[in-house]
Design a binder for this molecule. Structure first.
Ligand SMILES: [Zn+2]
Ligand SMILES: [Zn+2]
Length: 742
């Protein structure tokens, strides 16, 4: 039956779905998921069809103006997922739709790149070339080059290779000897790389058991639980992903692999592209560093069904694949899967929901499961698979805890490298083995204080100190990006009494270079990696052994594999531990385990030094003994006692304004209304200033709620907010399952 009406969501926040008439001419194409252009008020707007109702209560219907694209942009399952997100994450459906469709696809302004291709119109004899040479030698040169081609090539490439110009080419075209044709070409970010096909590696017993479990799930996707693959670093999880994907493809299915943005390195992409290199365009890549054109091309490659595997960061969970068979979430514990602006979704959780909607297998892989996932496995919602052995039987590195309190007493000042770490580094340099030093803080000095009047240089927009960057010779705020010149004298009292204190990676690098003048030291953090290829170049040099000591932030903590690294130094393990966040311990445990996993992945056993002021904190002690189960048990006990996730869901409302009093008043009013609206089963906290009270010029207040029935809580919060008109300069945002509590 031909559709009479179409229900659409317009690309604007009007918080309503609208019905339109379907003109006869479009009736065979308008369906759920199609993009359309519709009249809206006195303009026209782009929209997505979300339903085909048989009847409508709306009156005075207008007709759809145009259809956009050659195919539905989204399948009905993705629209179902959008509705789920809207209800769960307490945000409007329009906001959700913005995440589902990349802007470049929504706007439809970018299209395929066209390139001019050259080929000969017929076989050209050498005599013909020579005849032409007498009159037009340059045309003859070009004609000779064209006569040698086995396939059409881009005109630009031909002219560059022959150092000839466009005029010469056009002259040959006029003579009817060559043909020029425009063809669409993909803007492939990996076009200049060669991928050599690789074959399956032999699995060890544990890996084989895990793969069998996956095969079983792929055979019965309707009844399979999500699988949690807990494998120590270096245990060969990626090989299992690759073989499971192969299996899904063999069943005629497609696959998504989610990887944290920071781990989506050329090395990772290469591993997937190479394994499936036998089919061109089999693997599409989606991440935030793509140009608009590249994103357009990769998206269409997926939508058209040419690409059957998508590897990407967070938003790749929305990849518009058909017959989805497998979603892999690598490093599922990573907090970067959580989007920090609306819609504030968690890609791992969405993967599980999408898996359920599409009857597809979901595999969560990690060396340090999140407490949420571990808890789900423990109570039988997920199936747990363990990999306890490192491939090639490498030993887990030896972890040594260095008590910085003692080091400080000995050195009588703040030390960057304790005595033990220092001598271990000397040892490695002698043996020509490599060292990684890790510190999760950028910059040179982390604060600038006046010893005369006590004034600190704080960011004018945020309640944090400015960090001194020596290379740039500026002070900068790591939260809002504000930068300032370094004052010679204290701006407050005019005394020449400024003291730099605290240190970041830039100072570690300088300090290490000073201690080891002959060693090659490099730094890898957001400041030193601003050039596009810097990351790749540094990693290549490190792998080739041209760098002795690599200093870096979490950029170097993830999934990188360097066989010659036998020493890892964690300069200060306490940085995360003292944040006012119930996940602080979990993050420290994960970080230590991840960073430690960088050591000893070759033949030689690794050694890890963990420098800390709190050597007896549980997250450090359990990490030291590689005791995951022990850590989880004690952390779960703590979470249960405090009604924190994973035992309760949390919802965080942030009320902010440039005017402190107004933000405070609005937060208090809102909390009062919530107290009236929420039944007793929900725990409602008092409104209070956020730990980071001022951010980007805005004063911030928090209201934290907890409860089990999250969709219900979400709805009550939405209704309360809708009924409470906030002053114009006050904004309230809702974060369901928040990860940022500052
Ligand atoms: Zn001063
Ligand atoms: Zn700032």
């Amino acid at each position: 039956m031909k559709p009479t009406y179409a229900r659409v969501i317009i690309d604007r926040a009007i918080h309503r779905e609208l019905d339109y008439l379907v003109p006869d001419g479009f009736a065979d194409r308008v369906d759920i998921g199609w993009r359309v252009r519709v009249p809206f008020r006195d303009k026209s707007a782009l929209a997505t069809v979300v339903a085909i109702p048989e009847q409508t209560e709306a009156t005075g219907l207008r007709a759809i103006e145009a259809i956009v694209g050659e195919k539905a942009a989204l399948n009905p399952k993705l629209i179902e997922l959008a509705r789920w997100m809207s209800a769960y994450y307490c945000c409007s459906i329009e906001t959700v739709m913005r995440s589902l469709l990349p802007q470049v696809i929504r706007r439809g302004e970018v299209s395929w790149k066209k390139q001019l291709f050259v080929r000969a119109t017929r076989i050209i004899a050498e005599e013909e070339v020579e005849k032409l040479r007498k009159r037009a030698p340059r045309q003859a040169d070009l004609l000779h080059a064209v006569s040698q081609l086995t396939a059409p090539i881009p005109a630009a490439d031909l002219l560059r290779q022959t150092s000839l110009d466009n005029q010469t080419l056009r002259a040959l075209q006029k003579r009817g000897l060559v043909e020029l044709r425009e063809e669409a070409v993909a803007r492939d970010p990996h076009a200049d790389e060669q991928f050599v096909a690789t074959t399956n590696l032999v699995l060890n017993v544990e890996q084989a058991v895990a793969l069998t479990a996956l095969e079983e799930a792929l055979a019965n996707p309707g009844t399979a639980k999500p699988l949690l693959l807990h494998g120590v670093t270096g245990s060969g999880k990626t090989e299992i992903y690759l073989q499971a994907i192969r299996s899904a493809l063999a069943r005629g299915k497609t696959a998504i692999v989610l990887v944290p943005e920071i781990s989506l390195t050329p090395q990772t992409v290469e591993r997937f592209k190479s394994r499936f290199a036998e089919t061109e365009d089999m693997v599409a890549v989606l991440h935030s560093r793509l140009s608009e054109g590249e994103r357009h091309d990769e998206w269409h490659k997926i939508r058209s069904g040419r690409a059957r595997i998508v590897i990407g960061a967070r938003s790749a969970v929305f990849a518009p694949l058909e017959s989805l068979g497998l979603i892999v979430v690598d490093e599922e514990h990573e907090t970067s899967y959580k989007q920090e602006e609306a819609p504030r979704y968690h890609a791992r959780d969405l993967a599980v929901v999408r898996g359920k909607l599409e009857n597809c297998v979901v595999l969560l892989g990690t060396a340090t499961p999140s407490l949420e996932s571990y808890f789900n496995a423990k109570r039988g919602k997920y199936r747990l698979l363990n990999l306890t052995l490192r491939v090639d039987d490498n030993q887990m590195p030896l972890m040594r805890i260095v008590d910085l309190r003692q080091e400080k007493r000995k050195a009588k000042s703040l030390t960057i490298l304790g005595e033990k770490l220092h001598s271990a580094m000397i040892d490695r340099l002698e043996k020509r083995e490599q060292t990684i030093l890790f510190l999760n803080r950028r910059g040179f000095s982390t604060s600038l204080l006046c010893s005369a009047c006590g004034e600190a240089r704080d960011c004018p927009n945020c309640s944090v100190a400015l960090t001194f960057h020596r290379t740039a010779s500026r002070l900068s705020c790591h939260l809002c990006g504000h930068t300032a010149a370094v004052p010679k004298k204290c701006p407050a009292c005019g005394e020449d009494a400024l003291i730099y204190s605290g240190f970041g990676t830039e100072k570690v690098e300088a300090n290490v270079q000073q201690l080891f003048p002959k060693a090659v030291v490099r730094r890898m953090d957001a400041d030193s990696m601003t050039r596009k290829d810097a990351y790749r170049e540094t990693l290549r040099a490190f792998r080739a052994g041209k760098i002795d000591i690599l200093v870096g932030t979490q950029m170097i903590a993830k999934g990188l594999h360097f066989p010659n690294v036998t020493l890892v130094g964690i300069i200060n393990a306490d940085l995360a531990l003292h944040l006012p966040d119930f996940r602080a311990g979990e993050r420290t445990f994960q970080l230590l385990t991840q960073v430690a996993g960088r050591a000893g992945r070759g033949e030689i056993a690794g050694e890890v030094f963990v420098q800390t002021f709190t050597p007896f904190s549980p997250s450090i002690q359990f990490a030291r003994h590689h005791d995951f189960a022990g850590y989880f048990e004690q952390e779960l006990e703590f979470r249960e006692r405090c009604d924190f996730p994973p035992f309760r869901h949390a919802v965080l409302i942030t009320v902010r304004s440039a005017h402190e009093a107004r933000a405070k008043f609005s937060a208090e009013t809102l909390a009062r209304r919530l107290r009236e609206a929420l039944p007793d089963e929900f725990i409602l906290g008092e409104p209070s200033p956020a730990p980071l009270e001022k951010l980007q010029g805005q004063f911030r207040f928090h209201i934290l709620m907890r409860g089990e029935a999250i969709v219900r809580l979400s709805r009550l919060v939405r209704e309360t907010l809708d009924k409470l008109p906030l002053p114009e300069d006050v904004v309230a945002s809702v974060d369901v399952d928040p990860y940022q509590l500052l």
